[in-house]
Design a protein around this ligand. Structure first.
Ligand SMILES: Nc1ncnc2c1ncn2[C@@H]1O[C@H](COP(=O)(O)OP(=O)(O)O)[C@@H](O)[C@H]1O
Ligand SMILES: [Mg+2]
Length: 371
């Protein structure tokens, strides 16, 4: 699928602008702080209902304005689909799919799919397990509404369970928890099963992408450490038993010490832990390989490639890796943002380049491949 049209009204530093994209390679260039990432952010918003910059929704409204609107029209195998979001000062946004309002964010997921990568995505490999769970949650939520709803339910029950664990009345806890745990394990099992499947699918692809990105010099291995396998009911049963065993500990801690909210993914390069021993460059390539693999998983599951948004990624790579990267993404719509580009990197491809200045499209041009 690819986004054809992006309309921005009072969104960040845009007053009113429409950007038209082509399938294949699109490049947004311009000096710093002109609105390149803002446009990329808007596309991601239309796919997921939230900002990759994870701010309060109202912050996207152009300073001094009351409302903002973004709208995207994407072409998919099933025809055109439009998503529109209206932002208000009170952080309540309205979402429309094909101009019909959807009342739950979950209903917009999967309409337009994207995979987003920017330099802060280094966190994915480097920082806390929470970032890696966020990665899985985001991907799986776009791929499956039932995952998204299971996750919402799980988080709600988990919060209630954690509250109860802090209750001074130990008798009440022992009486009430088993009821919570049946529900918690049931939702947890859906999440764990989906993540197990997702990782089993994405790991070999990420490993292959990484080998291509590094000319086979680095051998990536990915594994999950959830510790629960099998069918949903088996996972639910095992987890329920483990929750029982962990009860005394959880009561001491005042929170739930096991479950999918503690999952992690482990990455090794040539058998050493990337998180601990990897250089920044290696960690970046691993994160990039994972995102490239994610595009394949989307295609395998939904039947078409998502939009790939690579924000400020080129500047982080040397010329030869830039070339390699472009060759790895030419088959899907990719939106690059960059302060400047080296035309030789793109010379064999058809691409559209837009110059963004102060929240306006200043000029654009399509370049034909020189073969
Ligand atoms: N709500 C807002 N209202 C007006 N301007 C904003 C808002 N949010 C961000 N900006 C402006 O957007 C610019 C940054 O745009 P960005 O897309 O991140 O730049 P870049 O082109 O470097 O990617 C900054 O000048 C910032 O002040
Ligand atoms: Mg930027």
């Amino acid at each position: 699928m690819f986004i054809k049209n992006l309309y921005l009204k009072n969104f960040r530093n845009y007053t009113e602008e429409t950007l038209c994209f082509t399938d294949g390679i699109n490049i947004l260039t311009g000096s710093n702080a002109q609105g390149k990432t803002n446009a990329a952010e808007a596309i991601f918003f239309l796919c997921t209902g939230y900002s990759p910059r994870a701010n309060k929704d109202r912050l996207v409204i152009r300073t001094g304005e009351e409302r903002a609107e973004i709208k995207g029209i994407a072409q998919s195998n099933y025809g055109d689909v439009s998503v529109r979001i209206n932002f208000n000062k009170n952080d309540k946004k309205s979402v429309y799919v094909n101009e019909v309002e959807v009342l739950k964010i979950g209903e917009m997921l999967g309409c337009i799919n994207s995979v987003f990568f920017n330099p802060s995505e280094l966190k994915l490999v480097q920082e806390s397990p929470e970032d890696r769970r966020r990665f899985m949650n985001l991907s799986l939520s776009q791929l499956s509404k039932s995952y998204f709803y299971a996750l919402q339910k799980y988080n709600k029950i988990l919060a209630q369970r954690n509250n109860l664990l802090k209750d001074p009345d130990a008798y009440l806890i022992r009486e009430t928890l088993p009821i919570w745990d049946v529900q918690l394990s049931k939702e947890a099992a859906k999440i764990i099963k989906a993540r197990n499947g997702f990782l089993a699918e994405i790991a070999p692809i990420a490993e292959e992408k990484h080998a291509r990105l590094t000319d086979g010099k680095e051998k990536l291995k990915m594994k999950t450490e959830s510790g629960y396998y099998g069918e949903e009911d088996e996972i639910a049963y095992a987890l329920k038993e483990d929750l029982k065993t962990a009860l005394e500990k959880d009561m001491r801690l005042g929170f739930t010490s096991i479950g999918p909210h503690r999952d992690d993914i482990k990455f090794t390069l040539n058998d050493t832990d990337v998180r601990v021993f990897g250089s920044q460059g290696q960690q970046r390539s691993v994160a990039l390989s994972l995102k490239l693999a994610e595009t394949e998983t989307f295609r395998a599951r939904s039947g078409e490639y998502p939009i790939l948004i690579l924000d400020d990624v080129l500047s982080e790579l040397d010329k030869s890796r830039q070339r390699k990267l472009v060759s790895l993404v030419e088959h899907l719509q990719t939106i690059f943002t960059a302060t400047e580009i080296d035309r030789t990197v793109f010379k064999n491809y058809l691409y559209n380049k837009k110059v963004i200045k102060e929240g306006k499209l200043k000029e654009q041009k399509t370049f034909a491949p020189k073969k």
